[in-house]
Design a protein around this ligand. Structure first.
Ligand SMILES: [Zn+2]
Ligand SMILES: [Zn+2]
Length: 189
């Protein structure tokens, strides 16, 4: 199986895993960009995370803010949407830090969501994986470049933020004019 590429927000937790449950680490982080998915990325990231050693791995409690670069749903121009993300997630250890033996996922708790976040075999914990999921959840259904974006005119298609509607300037369509002329003539034939 291919190893997933880690985000820049990855921490080596091998020391923490050697400590007693309840042991903690705190980190402040900043990062310029985190890819979310096609056409969207989280930028200007700043946040803080607390890692707590648990029986199964590491419990992560984090808050972060950033701007998601996306497309305005009204005018189709690039848009930046500010998001605030808070999450608590358990990252499950997959390898025993002292013996190197792999740890089976099934610990008798049939909770498949627990498998969403893991600490890899080299004891790397990537908070980018959770940050990405939670940032996507925070995105509005219809992102806008600005709250009062005027969008595109449904008639003439101009970006109403940039120029005024040209609908009234458009002369009557020539094809309709020709049809009208035919109809006007018909009774005489
Ligand atoms: Zn817009
Ligand atoms: Zn128009």
């Amino acid at each position: 199986m291919a190893t997933l590429k880690h985000s820049p927000l990855t921490y080596n937790v091998s020391q923490l895993l050697r400590e007693e449950p309840g042991s903690r680490r705190e980190y402040a982080f900043t990062e310029s960009t985190l890819h979310l998915h096609e056409g969207e990325e989280l930028r200007d990231i700043a946040g803080a995370a607390r890692f707590t050693r648990t029986e199964l791995g590491v419990f992560v409690d984090a808050t972060a803010s950033g701007n998601v670069s996306t497309t305005c749903m009204r005018c189709l121009q690039p848009a930046l949407v500010a998001v605030e993300v808070t999450f608590v997630e358990q990252y499950r250890a997959t390898v025993d830090v002292t013996t190197g033996a792999s740890i089976a996922a099934d610990r008798g708790e049939a909770d498949e969501d627990d498998d969403a976040f893991i600490i890899d075999e080299r004891h790397f914990l990537d908070i980018g994986s959770a940050l990405r999921e939670y940032a996507i959840l925070e995105m509005p259904m219809r992102p806008l470049c600005k709250p009062d974006c005027l969008g595109l005119c449904a008639g003439c298609g101009v970006d109403l933020n940039q120029e005024s509607c040209r609908c009234s300037e458009t002369p009557v369509d020539d094809r309709f004019a020709a049809l009208q002329a035919l109809l006007d003539r018909k009774p005489q034939q």
